[in-house]
Design a protein around this ligand. Structure first.
Ligand SMILES: C[S@@+](CC[C@H](N)C(=O)[O-])C[C@H]1O[C@@H](n2cnc3c(N)ncnc32)[C@H](O)[C@@H]1O
Length: 358
């Protein structure tokens, strides 16, 4: 080892524990996904603080397994421990157990573990450059996305987001043509179709798993003004058709974002609007590294899912999860012939929302 690389013992130990904590985060995703799936956070919210015997009695699960799980959860700081009892703080209750709260994120653990089966296929992707499509991950990927983005789309899209978009609510009430591109499991489509029965809604998605979920969700709801299609068989019309196009976390994922943006422009009427949600990030990696509170999480999703999907054709753009930020979006939409670009006030830690017009 060269003089310049001489190891500082204290820094070595510090770095070792830093890495050990990251290794531990891997176990935490698995064990918290399990807790979420078994309803343990909801049970703790309902009956906590409890000891493991009481939790076993409440859930019907095996006490020894629960005791070890609770101890793990206390060690990572997700569950509080005092006097032999385990419980959730009011904040932990929201993030881990309140499915319809904007800060609910227990679904994130499962979104991470659902990427584990893809890992053996990624060394090849690093060699060839070719990533996995959404459907290469199996049905789990579409289901996890549905759960992660569902809250906003079910409870905030119609009452909070759309009223911020100048003139759109009146048009939707009167009867408008709407496309949700990259509609996933159809949650946004369904929320809008139920709220605006005089309008018609078309969802486009290239993932057959997502389309299957969307068709099931639409059929269960009984709405008759919404349908979903795969644009590889039925592309968006190449003529001004839609009053509103929405995309929720799609452009950074797609293999050909410039072509998709141009297709949206061509399908939009001249007085139409594109409401685009995409991942909030800074224009430079240096800023993401220094200031983005979720940069590591988002780069993790990028390598395993988003950038991978965007590289799933040999000429894929590979924008990546943090790659369609405001600066890039302004440039690419301007290049495609859009002349107005506004950032909507509505937004959250993960997403920025843009009002984009011809
Ligand atoms: C991150 S998911 C978001 C799904 C949904 N909008 C939501 O918020 O849950 C991105 C979706 O875009 C779809 N997608 C990617 N490129 C597309 C394209 N060119 N046309 C239609 N769908 C596309 C993917 O299949 C995937 O379902």
């Amino acid at each position: 080892m060269s003089q310049a690389k001489r190891v500082d013992r204290e820094r070595l130990e510090k770095f070792f524990f830093r890495v050990a904590n990251q290794v531990s985060a891997g176990f935490n995703c698995s064990l918290s996904a399990l807790g979420d799936r078994l309803g343990l956070y909801k049970a703790l919210a309902d009956v906590g603080p409890v000891n493991s015997d009481e939790l076993a009695e409440h859930t019907g699960l095996h006490e020894r397994w629960l005791r070890e799980w609770l101890r793990h959860q206390a060690c990572v700081g997700q569950v509080d421990y005092a006097d032999g009892r385990f419980g959730l703080s009011p904040e932990a209750e929201i993030v881990l157990a309140e499915e319809d709260h904007a800060f609910f994120f227990a679904s994130g653990f499962n979104a991470v573990t659902a990427t584990y089966p893809a890992i053996p296929r990624l060394p090849d992707a690093f060699r060839t450059g070719l990533g996995l499509t959404y459907d290469d991950h199996g049905a789990a990927c579409a289901c996890n996305l549905e759960r992660m983005s569902g809250h906003l789309q079910r409870t905030e899209l119609v009452p909070k987001l759309l009223p911020e978009v100048d003139g759109i609510v009146g048009k939707l009430e009167a009867g408008a043509a709407v496309a949700d591109v990259g509609c996933g499991s159809g949650t946004a489509l369904l929320a809008m179709a139920e709220a605006f029965p005089a309008s018609t809604f078309t969802g486009y998605d290239t993932s057959n798993h997502a389309l299957e979920n969307a068709r099931r969700n639409l059929a269960a709801s009984g709405v008759e003004n919404a349908r979903v299609v795969n644009p590889t068989g039925e592309p968006m019309p190449d003529a001004p058709t839609f009053d509103l196009v929405t995309t929720f976390d799609v452009v950074h994922d797609t293999t050909h974002p410039a072509e998709l943006i141009r297709a949206i422009r061509n399908a939009l009427k001249d007085d139409g609007v594109w409401v685009c949600a995409d991942i909030r990030s800074f224009p430079t990696f240096e800023q993401n590294l220094a200031e983005h509170p979720m940069a590591a999480l988002l780069y993790g999703f990028s390598v395993t899912v988003c950038m991978s999907a965007s590289m799933s054709t040999p000429d894929g753009a590979g924008l990546g999860t943090l790659g369609f930020n405001e600066e890039v979006a302004r440039g690419m939409t301007g290049d495609a012939g859009f002349s107005r670009f506004e950032v909507l006030e509505y937004g959250n830690a993960m997403n920025a929302f843009y009002d984009i017009r011809p």
